[in-house]
Ligand binder design. Sequence first.
Ligand SMILES: NC(=O)c1ccc[n+]([C@@H]2O[C@H](COP(=O)([O-])OP(=O)(O)OC[C@H]3O[C@@H](n4cnc5c(N)ncnc54)[C@H](OP(=O)(O)O)[C@@H]3O)[C@@H](O)[C@H]2O)c1
Length: 239
Amino acid sequence: MTTTSLVIGGTSGIGLAAAMRLAAIGDSVHVAGRRGERVAAATGEHPELVGHVLDANDRGALDAVFAELGTLDRLVITVASSAGAGAFSTLDVDVLRSAFDAKYWPTVTSMQAAIPHLAADASITLIGAITARMGMNETAGIGSLNAAVEGLVRPLATELAPIRVNAVSPGGVDTPWWDFVPAELRAQLFAQTAATLPVGHVATADEVAEAVVFAATNRNLTGTVIETDGGARLGPVAA
Ligand SMILES: NC(=O)c1ccc[n+]([C@@H]2O[C@H](COP(=O)([O-])OP(=O)(O)OC[C@H]3O[C@@H](n4cnc5c(N)ncnc54)[C@H](OP(=O)(O)O)[C@@H]3O)[C@@H](O)[C@H]2O)c1
């Protein structure tokens, strides 16, 4: 029987890497994102993926895609927000609200729309971030956003059981999420970060995607947040 997966945010970065890994294990994989050109690029490069132009804040559009897919076995949500960092005392509350609009609310809306269409043994896999659990200056906003996403996992793992609900919590990952930083500066930043990390390198999207697929497929895993951060949460390695 075909296993159907949908990756919302699957047209770039971690989501696209997860979609390719799910396709490689034989799933029928659908990817969704807001920008048609990104959907076309992802499905053009990876014709095994089926693309959908979709804004995960749009409940009507979500309902239409889920109705088209039929029964869904694995839902992965990797929508991103880059807003919400900065010194707390001057953090613009409207910017922080926009960060929740970009990541938390689409995550919630997607899950609510998916529930009637999920197989009894389906999995839902979310993406948080290390900022949810590390004491780092200037991350109170973005960290509380990711804590809100990760906070959905445990209660929903019992409320929706036997559907499994997990999250993956990465540190820095080399994906287009970082495109707002000029290339030269980004290379410097990644090199500096790599030097402090126990694993000695900044994660690739595929490394994080491997954890996503583990969460999505392992039948004994639920209510878990998998940390895949190269050891960043342990603090910097000795110079
Ligand atoms: N990269 C990192 O360093 C890092 C670190 C920690 C956590 N994370 C988390 O990992 C997740 C994936 O990040 P990434 O680095 O892979 O980001 P990315 O490369 O920017 O990909 C984000 C994807 O989400 C889609 N998307 C965004 N908003 C959407 C919406 N409302 N509806 C549908 N699709 C939407 C984007 O396509 P469109 O823009 O076309 O919609 C794109 O496909 C995010 O939750 C991010 O917060 C990333």
